[in-house]
Design a protein around this ligand. Sequence first.
Ligand code: GLN
Length: 479
Amino acid sequence: MFNTLTAHELTEKLKSAEISKGDILTSLKKQIKKNEDKVKAFVDFKESGIIDNNNSGCLSSIPVVVKDNICVKGSLTTCASRILDGFKSPYDATVIKKLKASGAIILGRANMDEFAFGSSCENSAYFVTRNPWDLTRVPGGSSGGSAAAVASDETIFALGSDTGGSIRQPASFCSVVGLKPTYGRVSRYGLVAFASSLDQIGPLTKDVTDSAILLNVIAGYDEMDSTSLYVDVPDYTKSLTGDIKGITIGIPKEYFIEGISQDVKKATNEAIEVLRKKGAKIKEISLPHTEYAVSVYYIIATAEASSNLARFDGVKYGLRISQEDNKKLSLKETYFKTRGAGFGSEAKRRIILGTYVLSHGYYDAYYLRAQKVRTLIKKDFLDAFKEVDCIVTPTSPTAAFKIGEKIKDPLSMYLSDIFTISANLAGIPAISVPCGFTKDKLPIGLQFLSNILDEETLFRTAFSYEQSTDWHNIKPNLE
Ligand code: GLN
């Protein structure tokens, strides 16, 4: 059915009048009706997707699902948190404006970990989204709803956000393509901030071509985001040549650590062989500060989160608890009660950690030191890109884990992003593409990383790999 196709395939069919604009929406609705009870990817689904028949943009009438932390005018935006209960956004995020202008239809909001804190979607205040490949397992996170919706063909593509791996890790767990663009490539205006120096919005799609098409639409300078980069956007589809002769790919020795599953190791090595056969030169490299990435990330990300979350105080947005037992609460009590009831336990853990590392007496020892090591991690990459065009690693050390398996052990949960976090610290782009399955038929993802603003090399290499393999065409069985 049409819902299983990609945006570029559907656009072709629309052009040749093989299908009508309404057909796509109809077949998606059918699929959602059939499978959404099992997968639970959506926190909100719009029955009446409005098709603008006059829009002939490049995504005309293609439905998209949006992570619940990206503002859509007039629609609830809750970051899967009770504290934003009932909050309706008064404006469109820049990416939403761009999607609408290109003709895309917003189908609904995707589930996520509360405020994007997590790697499994289990921190959502709504419910846990399930992995379409095995309903007893997590879809990854925090953009788990977006990835599960794409993998189960309940949407054509989705938007997610990535602060430490939240697009790439769920993409890898669900066997879809997930891209984190260069920091500043895509406007963050209208993305509810988690860690402002790390956050980027990016596409989750069924193949690399759709990823390039979507980045063409959402990338670019935005005067509403002072961190967006004032540089032209190339046509990324031009990089989809299939030819990687002359490209040098670096394999960082620090990424083949203890704790990485045998299946992941095997799939990654096989993928490297595919790339070699296609004409890429493979070279071992070193990123010596890799071992500090997770610690540095959890200092910087929590510091920024604690500051960003200060705005949710029961006065300006969503939930307000200003009364108890018929007694009016003071302003301070209102803050305390609202925040106490509104935030889930992971959000509270991060606020406490972040406040601690920023506090007087600990700032120098933790936050400042973490910033210095962040610079070294970035330098590792910039040095490496003097020798190689891109870097290939596994996306995650394991395939999807069981629901409940890590929720009581935050540290082991934090480690599931060990391979994705560095790209955010360095500000470089990275993409995850399907590269095989474990013995238990769980998807495995391969990560490509490239230099700042060099998404073209990412698309070129990832597309060439995708062309030589069939992983992205294999679908989960949801019967
Ligand atoms: N899992 C990481 C975290 O919990 C990354 C989340 C993200 O990228 N939003 O912070």
